[in-house]
Write a protein that binds this ligand. Sequence first.
Ligand code: ZN
Length: 322
Amino acid sequence: MKKIIITLCIGSLLTFSCKNSVQDQKKEISETSQKSDFQYSAKSALKYLTSDELNGRDTGSEGIDKAAIYIENAFEKFEVEPYFETYRDSFKLKEADGFNVVGVLKAEESNDLTPLVIGAHYDHVGIIEAVEKDSIANGANDNASGTVAVLELAKYLASQDLKRDVIFALFSAEEKGLVGSRHLATKMKSMEVEPYLVFNIEMLGVQMKDKNYRAYITGYEMSNLAEVFNGFYEDETEFLGFLPQAAQYGLFKRSDNYPFYETFGVPSHTICTFDFTNYEYYHHVNDEFEELDVEAYLKLVNDLKPGVLKLVNSTETTVNLN
Ligand SMILES: [Zn+2]
């Protein structure tokens, strides 16, 4: 999520401070990601996107370019088509070149149903003030976890018959003020493509405790999404719930769902499990792979899949703004 206070960036001066022992690992990771026989697993994706090689995926950096190439390779492997001429949806951000990575799975029969957008930002804040000589903000929870959740949903939905198009949008420059998502929403508006629903994903890597729901959505009261989604499951624990702090801190306006709501006035929410008490490393150099509960995260993402498929395949507009 976009931090309200802009994090002090001390730039490339500190990039050399990453441990030397990491160099060999980096080389290995780099070679793996460039092989033509691209191997994908959710865990390896999470590891690669959070590796020091990517230097915290700051918009306009070499590191985020590597993340984008990884996402493109995964899309290609899953046979998700580029949404535009290529997967890249480019924009200018002051001196930097930013780009979202956007793919689409088409409905089995073309129809008038509006597309569902599944999104997450894949950028992070790059190099920040060092803590014990580590200056790389790896952004594992924020938001490699959301990025890999989108990849997992893409992989799953690619194997299903779909009643409506699904657009998979990995946004850049979220951390610079929701720039990438605003760019894509504006572009879709000019193309007269209105989403049915925007399902944005942030920070699922650490689970909540002592709650009677598994994740919360921002802007909970604004539509019936939680009610509809929970209706797809028979579990006693509700899947999507209301976190009071999300309303208190205005999270609805602090992630990439918001520009779509502003532009189209359609249901747009962010699903998240960061509850302000379960993770100490928000925008911190220790937001690393090792700090996530990977098994619980993968279970949550797997359990989301059938519900998301039902959202895609509702041929009526069952999710509406309240
Ligand atoms: Zn975020």
